[in-house]
Design a protein. Structure first.
Length: 114
């Protein structure tokens, strides 16, 4: 089964940037399409972006124009570059393989605050 491990979260001011990483442990991520989700306090988990095996990317409305997703199969890692961060981006961010019933990481907290 393997594991997904997110990192890179933290506290950032509005307008700032962060890059999240999702690294596979015991799983070869190059074989899969992967997704990023987030969950804010009191809200449902929300899909925000995905990347296919061939590198094609897709974005939800919250991410369009501000976030970018990429993958480095040599490092067995997927990235989420987040720019122009807003207060509403505060959430726990998760990477995922295989949809909502698939494999999840433990999440990384992103807090946008002045």
């Amino acid at each position: 089964q393997g594991q997904l491990v997110e990192s890179g979260g933290g506290l950032v001011q509005p307008g700032g940037s962060l890059r999240l990483s999702c690294t596979g442990s015991g799983i070869n991520l190059r074989a899969y399409g992967l997704d990023w989700y987030r969950q804010a306090p009191g809200k449902e988990r929300e899909w925000i972006a995905g990347i296919a095996r061939n590198g094609n990317t897709m974005f939800g409305d919250a991410a369009k124009g501000r976030f970018a997703v990429s993958r480095d199969d040599q490092k067995n890692t997927m990235y989420l570059q987040m720019n122009s961060l807003k207060l509403d981006d505060t959430a726990v961010y998760y990477c995922n393989k295989g949809g909502r019933s698939g494999l999840w990481g433990q999440g990384t907290q992103v807090t946008v605050s002045s």
